[in-house]
Design a protein around this ligand. Structure first.
Ligand code: NAD
Ligand code: DGY
Length: 325
């Protein structure tokens, strides 16, 4: 008999067929009031889970009594409680590496758009407000040759730093849980304390995962330490930043501008004060959102689930270090 798998995201047909060839699939594109009880019935029977963007904390997974493996179509694992899963001996598989370059492309786009006020000025053209030279007060600021400070120099942080170093002759500095020797060797990156990085960077990009230790890592105190001309970029998770403090820093011009791909609440409510700020560039969580990369992520997550349900968690297991204890 085929193992039961709960799929909670629409995926390309060829990847769906790969799953269907091996497993008995229950598919939920979304979970709402009309299908919630069917979702929980399927969850109760599922040995495998695959999907993304749904909170899967203990309150949900306590009902998944037969669960043997979960596979998230993302590198971020913050929808899950890794320790809880490890306690139940359930591996959580994720999709590192396949999205590094695309996400770094997005972050650099965000950085460039923010520095050069691209969205604001493009809107001026579209709305018929380009009636004369834009004027000094709307000039952007240079990116090339500036200092890029990266908080969280992991896989994506490194890919972003590569763009800054080789493409834009930027000075790279970073803070991280541990030294990134490759970044220091390849990109001449300098390891700094958080304080030193905040005080001396022209561009500051946050690329840590969201964990209990990184929640609200950047708040009022940190914004006040940045240069008045600093441009802040968040491509990690919204909750790594105290969004209220960021809004305050932007509206009072404590810093120059921010480029954001992620928010405390997603989708960002249209009445968020962020939407009224002309010094904020707002992307709708599109770090990895290209056709090619999203397909690679789904394919990787499908492979991960097949392998994990066969007992092999040697690759891409996010809580492997906890399962060992
Ligand atoms: N915006 C998007 O669409 C998008 C796309 C991909 C990933 N992400 C987010 O980016 C995160 C990072 O992805 P990655 O693949 O580079 O992960 P990674 O694990 O390779 O890198 C994260 C780095 O953060 C560091 N770190 C962790 N806690 C820290 C702390 N308290 N202080 C300083 N550094 C700390 C780690 O040491 C590591 O080097 C993901 O967890 C995800 O949340 C967002
Ligand atoms: O974590 C990730 O992979 C990205 O945020 C896309 O969901």
């Amino acid at each position: 008999m085929k193992k039961k798998v709960l799929l909670y995201k629409a995926i390309p047909k060829q990847e769906y067929e790969r799953l269907k060839a091996r497993f008995d699939i229950s598919f939920f594109d979304t979970v709402n009031d009309s299908n919630r009880s069917d979702f929980f019935t399927a969850l109760k029977e599922a040995e495998g889970l695959i999907g993304s963007s749904l909170p899967m904390g203990p309150n949900v997974l306590d009902k998944a009594l037969k669960l043997k493996a979960a596979s998230t179509i993302s590198v971020g694992t913050d929808q899950f409680d890794l320790a809880y899963l490890a306690e139940r001996r359930i591996p959580l598989m994720h999709t590192p590496d396949v999205l590094n370059e695309t996400t770094a492309d997005t972050l650099f786009t965000l950085l460039m758009c923010t520095a050069r006020r691209a969205v604001e000025l493009s809107n001026m053209v579209r709305e018929g407000r380009w009636t004369k030279s834009i004027g000094e007060q709307r000039y952007g600021t240079d990116v090339h040759g500036k200092t890029l400070g990266i908080i969280g120099m992991g896989r994506i942080g490194y890919a972003l730093a590569k763009r800054g170093h080789f493409g834009f002759n930027m000075t790279i500095q970073y803070t991280n849980r541990s030294r990134n020797i490759n970044a220091e060797r390849d990109l001449n990156a300098t390891y700094l304390s958080m304080e030193a990085l905040l005080e001396s960077s022209d561009f500051i990009c946050v690329m840590t995962p969201l964990t209990p230790k990184t929640e609200h890592l950047i708040g009022e105190k940190e914004f006040s330490m940045m240069k008045k001309s600093a441009i802040f970029i968040n491509g990690s998770r919204g909750k790594v930043i105290n969004e209220k403090a960021l809004i305050n820093a932007l509206s009072k011009r404590v810093i120059r501008a921010a480029g954001l791909d992620v928010y405390e609440v997603e989708p960002l409510p249209a009445n968020s004060p962020l939407c009224t700020l002309d010094n904020a560039v707002l992307f709708p969580h599109i770090g990895s959102a290209t056709t090619e990369t999203r397909l690679k992520m789904v394919s990787c997550a499908v492979d991960n689930l097949i392998q994990a349900l066969a007992g092999d968690v040697s690759k891409n297991c996010a809580n492997g270090h906890l399962l060992k204890h």
